[in-house]
Design a binder for this molecule. Structure first.
Ligand code: CP
Ligand code: NVA
Length: 300
């Protein structure tokens, strides 16, 4: 494993290796055991979109590993004035030991990896959010003990989160159900792959898809970059809300996860969100541990 561009590129063993290391790093952190294994290394973090969790967890994680992180806003970089990604990749490779990038097009992340000579980590594109799903899988395994026999149901927009959940959950052997309106389904090629390689279904029927699910997952109706479509999307996603009716058909004791930020009253009710706050905020914490594991695997 040279980069983390999307979960589809990883083997099951890569994912399990990251999760095992993440568990170890979490344990060590809780017990005051330091692990400065990236001493002297620098991660550049390019952001073309906003972030709370990704920015802070990567920066803090790098500090805990003994290295440092540079926050590079596209507003300040020449990339924001049109310097090609091929050139940016080659220049940054001279100074840095790794790059985390949050941007729009998946192709930009792939190009950064292709033209640069250092590890590239996808910190979210319109297509994928692999770091989030590694933290999600870590949280599921922590609470359920293993992935065996588990079913995850994602309710809402077939966006970057839905795509990465399909790839990650199928790779670890979970069943995946997606409840999305017809015009907002996940990536078609990824759904074909999931149907061929796992237990997968995608239908507009929320209660049918959520039936007996062990994990219910949702995300915003309008992602970053889709702000102009917010009103249209609000209409299209009526009924695609994680609420008591959805929880009533899920398996008793089902977990609820949300990548955050959440829009209470839209994709999730305040009641469900608060009833599952322990899981959702542990999921947010696990971003730190899972990403530290990714950085150790790629940059040590
Ligand atoms: N879940 C997530 O990636 O959050 P941020 O947008 O705050 O980084
Ligand atoms: N789908 C959301 C995820 C945010 C972490 C977005 O892309 O804005």
């Amino acid at each position: 494993m040279k980069h983390l561009l999307k979960l589809g590129d990883l083997e099951n063993a890569d994912i399990i290796g990251i999760l095992n290391l993440a568990d170890q790093l979490k344990y060590e952190r809780k017990h005051g055991i330091e692990h400065p294994v990236l001493k002297g290394k620098t991660l550049g973090m390019i952001f073309q979109k906003s972030s709370t969790r990704t920015r802070v967890s990567f920066e803090v994680g790098m500090a805990q590993l003994g290295g440092s992180a540079l926050f590079l806003s596209s507003r300040d970089l020449q990339i924001g004035r049109g310097e090609p990604v091929q050139d940016t990749a080659r220049v940054l490779s001279c100074y840095l030991d790794g790059i985390m990038i949050r941007t729009f097009a998946q192709q930009e992340v792939e190009d950064l990896a292709r033209y640069g000579s250092i590890p590239v980590i996808n910190g979210l594109t319109d297509y994928a959010h692999p770091c989030q799903v590694l933290a999600d899988l870590m949280t599921i395994r922590e609470r359920k003990g293993s992935f065996k026999g588990l079913k995850l149901c994602f309710v809402g927009d077939g966006n970057n989160m839905a795509n990465s959940l399909i790839a990650g959950c199928v790779k670890v052997g979970m069943a995946v159900r997606i409840a999305s309106p017809k015009d907002y389904q996940p990536d078609a090629a990824l759904m074909r792959w999931a149907a061929e390689n796992g237990d997968f279904d995608c239908q507009p029927d929320v209660l049918g898809m959520a039936q007996d699910a062990d994990v219910i997952y949702t995300d915003v109706w309008a992602s970053m970059g889709q702000e102009d479509e917010a009103a249209k999307r609000r209409a299209a996603f009526q009924g695609y809300q994680v609420n008591d009716a959805v929880m009533a058909v899920a398996r008793p004791g089902a977990m609820v996860l949300h990548c955050l930020p959440a829009h209470r009253g839209e994709e999730i009710t305040n009641e469900v969100m608060e009833a599952h706050a322990d899981e959702i905020f542990e999921e947010a914490e696990n971003r730190l541990h899972a990403q530290k594991a990714v950085m150790v695997k790629l940059m040590k």
